[in-house]
Write a protein that binds this ligand. Structure first.
Ligand SMILES: Nc1ncnc2c1ncn2[C@@H]1O[C@H](COP(=O)(O)OP(=O)(O)O)[C@@H](O)[C@H]1O
Ligand SMILES: [Mg+2]
Length: 278
């Protein structure tokens, strides 16, 4: 079953010229179509300015199409009466953890989303505790958010999204501002959420992160350049070069060692090396 359907989506930002008239800008998204199957893990990659963040914001109605449609669980984001429903089903986690923390105390911050949805207080308590445990931040629940590292703040932002019990979470470069350890912990959480059934859309510029998805959509100048499995994409050097990307280090190593092309992640590589060393 398809959870999200994007049909001929175009987004054109307008700007106000000096004489006060509206001027059409270039298309940030230019007629793209794809769908996301319920429960799947889709990664979106592409150079800066290719339209990834604009697309992310269209997926829960933060931005509306200039033309075309975005259908979430059967609901069109253009249907204003469905906007709350859509936003409660599709959570968002953005790049900068500092811009996403709204309360000074960790647990209040996680409670913010469900409070806005009108969830009863006892249920909020349950959800906040369980979301904090899920991201490994329960023991920090009474801390001031300013005391946390970037990675911990990002885990709180994810807990905030999880506490809304969404069916899907869109992550827009969630690890871009984190150190390697923070990045790994956030990726572990993303994979775990997906394995529990949350439809996962991960925008990233780390190829090693995209490699963990079921499917990779490559964007370029507002278009979808390619939509394939990681295995198919990494076998297509022409596409990798055209999109200005590079192979994940593990895939490069695998190629040089002549190992099977099923190896996509560090974990795959470890399993293969263990087999070889046996
Ligand atoms: N609010 C906005 N107003 C005008 N132009 C914008 C706005 N947001 C993004 N753009 C433009 O749309 C294009 C795509 O941007 P964006 O979606 O942020 O790309 P990405 O996330 O892939 O870096 C860029 O050319 C950017 O300058
Ligand atoms: Mg972006």
């Amino acid at each position: 079953m398809q959870f999200i359907e994007v049909k001929d989506l175009t987004v054109e930002f307008t700007r106000i010229a000096e004489d006060g008239t509206e001027v059409k800008g270039k298309r940030a998204i230019d007629g793209i179509s794809f769908s996301v199957e319920k429960g799947s893990f889709v990664s979106v990659i592409g150079m800066n300015g290719s339209g990834k963040s604009t697309l992310a914001k269209c997926l829960n109605g933060l931005l509306l199409p200039s033309s075309g449609d975005v259908i979430v669980d059967g609901m069109n984001t253009k249907d204003e009466s469905k906007l709350w429903d859509i936003r409660s089903r599709v959570g968002m986690v953005f790049q900068n953890p500092d811009n996403q923390i709204v309360s000074s105390i960790v647990e209040d911050d996680v409670a913010f989303g469900p409070e806005n949805l009108g969830v009863p207080p006892a249920e909020i308590r349950k959800r906040v505790d369980s979301a904090l445990k899920q991201v490994g931040m329960y023991e920090h629940r009474l801390k001031g958010a300013h005391m946390l590292s970037g990675g911990q703040k990002q885990r709180i932002a994810i807990a905030g999204a999880v506490a809304m019990r969404p069916e899907c979470i869109v992550f827009d470069e969630p690890t871009a501002m984190l150190d390697p350890r923070g990045r790994a912990s956030v990726m572990d959480i993303i994979r775990e959420l997906n394995s529990e059934g949350i439809t996962t859309i991960l925008i990233t510029h780390f190829m090693s992160e995209a490699a963990q998805a079921d499917r990779i959509i490559v964007m370029n100048a507002g278009h979808v350049l390619s939509d394939s499995t990681p295995r198919e994409l990494f076998a297509d050097m022409d596409m990798i070069n055209r999109a200005g990307l590079e192979l994940p280090p593990v895939v490069e190593l695998r190629e040089k060692l002549g190992l099977p092309d099923s190896i996509m992640t560090v974990d795959d590589m470890i399993a293969e090396l263990r087999k070889l060393c046996r």
